[in-house]
Each structure stands twice: as C-alpha cells, then as structure tokens.
Design a protein around this ligand. Structure first.
Ligand SMILES: [Fe+2]
Length: 169
C-alpha cells in the first residue's frame, strides 16, 4: 500500500529526489556510474511528468493561472525530449553527455521553481483552490507505484509529447 501524503507534499518529494540525483551525477565518475545515475534521473522524471500530467494538472485545470499551467506542459515536453535523447544515446561515450544532463537539470530547476514558488507558484495556487489534496495524493502515489514498476521492468517508453507535433529535423 502506498503511504498517504498530500498531493503537493508527494510532488515536492519527487523534486528533492531528482535534485539529489543531479548532485550525485555531478560528483560521480568511473565504472559507468554517471550513466547509471542518469538512467535513474530519467526514470524518476518520466514518472513525475506522467503523474503530474495525468492527475495533478487536469485537477488544477480552471483553478489556477491558465498560462502557467500551459507552460508546465510545454516544459515537460522539452524535458522529455532530452530524457529520450539521454536514454537512447551513447551514454558516457557521447561528448555531449554531461552537457545534456546539465541542461536537463537546469530545465528541472526552472520547473521546480515554477511549481514551488511561494504564493504565485502552481502548488500555492492549487492550495488556494478547493482541491482535495489528500485524495489527489492517494491517486498520485498509486499511479507512481504502478508506473515506476512498469518503467523499471520494461524501460522508460518513448516520450509522448502533449504540446508539440513531432518535427523531423
Ligand atoms: Fe513537478
């Protein structure tokens, strides 16, 4: 049984976890250690983006600033592209590997700020609205458990972009 936490507490915990992983990545070296951590980051972030998009953002719809919510979807899509690249790439033998992970960490830093900013952030706005944070927390936790197990078993799937048409470059 997933432990009950309210929605924003659970999502904040996800943020702290990936921040720690990014720090570990920066310090790591040798024996494919960076690659292992990068894969873990990709998994955590893919689950996080999915549960936000499937459960939390739709619940916020009509109750928070619409532009902010739309930007969140676009930011997720931008991150998903880098995640897919890191997942499918050549790992540490890619001369841009560290840079890709670094840019992903900067995107996530921005994402975290937009959500956690006091008073004006998405979480603060959601708290102001009459959302049932406990019930949402339960849904998020259950879906998180399910997706984590599935991504661990069969890998992180190709990203599904919510706001962008797939462009061929
Ligand atoms: Fe988030």
């Amino acid at each position: 049984m997933a432990e009950t936490r309210d929605a924003t507490a659970l999502l904040r915990e996800d943020h702290r976890k990936v921040e720690d992983l990014f720090k570990e990545f920066e310090k790591a070296s040798g024996d494919g250690r960076k690659e292992t951590i990068a894969r873990q980051i990709c998994l955590e972030l893919s689950v996080h983006a999915a549960i936000e998009e499937e459960i939390f953002y739709p619940a916020c719809e009509g109750k928070v600033d619409e532009d902010l919510l739309k930007e969140s979807y676009v930011e997720h899509d931008a991150a998903k592209l880098l995640i897919a690249e890191i997942e499918a790439g050549k790992g540490e033998s890619d001369e841009y590997f560290d840079s890709k992970v670094k840019v992903l960490s900067e995107e996530i830093e921005h994402h975290v700020e937009e959500e956690e900013k006091p008073k004006t952030g998405l979480f603060a706005q959601a708290r102001e609205a009459d959302l049932d944070m406990k019930a949402l927390g339960e849904q998020l936790a259950a879906r998180k458990e399910e997706l984590t197990a599935s991504f661990k078993a069969s890998g992180v799937p190709e990203p599904e972009l919510t706001t962008m048409d797939e462009v061929q470059v």
